[in-house]
Write a protein of this length. Structure first.
Length: 281
């Protein structure tokens, strides 16, 4: 990588669920429509990331923690916990804009047989549509369930972090459109420092459940290029609690397979030598 690695820091505590990121992503990348029907569960009309949903705003309704009816406004914006559902103040919405994580150790890259998936000079992971053969190996390989094939097409698609815009020195469309700066874009190391300060700020303001997700370079995927500040457990947002790159054990598997093959060949050679020896008698 010749450029500094960049990424997303999504601060869900200031997400207002406006879906501007979803719209901007679809408009810039010319992504087909895929969700005009409400799920009947919430105001979420796209429900999950997929081949034609590269940004997905989740609406999670739940009781407020510890019976609290209101949390203080902190510098940099209110928290999502202040958005009450109904008039009694006993419920809250947790809103979060999800996206491809652009993993440091990307299993989708490992299993792609055509080189359609590649790591860019910005440290992001991109699918080349014209090279994808629709094998689908990348779909089960992703520990987050992000990448998907389009029906009636077969090719895989996912967020590119607006690779074309990055090359022109611009920020991704979703970050550009976000009115509350919930989606922040920049050098990954700088974003991690900023995120740690934001968590400390929320803890001091009385939001002890604030935590970071996907920021740790020592986690099971080597850290994410898109990480999040959450206000509850990852499972609440539909995220795996301890993601691990699905190809982690491949080197060991190939090693064992090689050893087994050598043992088999050795046995065949021994049988051949023994048979040849008996034939000479």
């Amino acid at each position: 990588m010749s450029e500094e690695r960049v990424g997303f820091f999504t601060d869900t505590s200031v997400c207002i669920g406006c879906k501007a990121c979803e719209v901007a992503c679809k408009e810039w990348n010319a992504i087909p429509e895929d969700g005009l029907s409400l799920s009947a569960m919430s105001y979420d009309n796209t429900q999950a990331l997929g081949a034609s949903t590269w940004r997905h705003v989740a609406f999670i309704e739940q009781p407020r923690p510890d019976g609290r009816t209101r949390l203080p406004v902190v510098e940099g914006g209110a928290t999502a916990q202040e958005t009450a559902v109904g008039g009694d103040g006993e419920l809250r919405w947790l809103m979060s804009s999800d996206v491809c994580k652009h993993c440091t150790h990307a299993a989708c890259l490992d299993v792609c047989p055509t080189g359609s998936l590649f790591r860019t000079e910005f440290g992001t992971v991109v699918v080349q549509e014209d090279i994808c053969n629709g094998c689908g190996y990348c779909v089960p390989a992703c520990p987050y369930g992000v990448i998907e094939q389009r029906p009636h097409d077969g090719r895989a698609f996912k967020c590119t972090m607006c690779y074309d815009r990055l090359g022109a020195g611009q920020e991704p469309a979703c970050a550009k459109a976000c009115p509350t700066e919930s989606i922040q874009f920049g050098p990954l190391d700088e974003l991690r420092e900023r995120a740690a300060l934001r968590v400390d700020q929320l803890h001091e303001a009385g939001v002890p459940e604030a935590r970071l997700y996907g920021h740790d370079p020592d986690d099971g995927v080597g850290g994410d290029g898109a990480f999040f500040l959450l206000l509850d457990e990852p499972e609440v947002y539909g995220l795996p609690p301890d993601p691990v790159v699905t190809t982690r054990d491949l080197p060991a598997m190939w090693k064992h397979a090689g050893a087994a093959a050598l043992t088999l060949l050795g046995g065949v050679a021994a049988c051949f030598v023994a048979t040849a020896g008996r034939g000479r008698r």
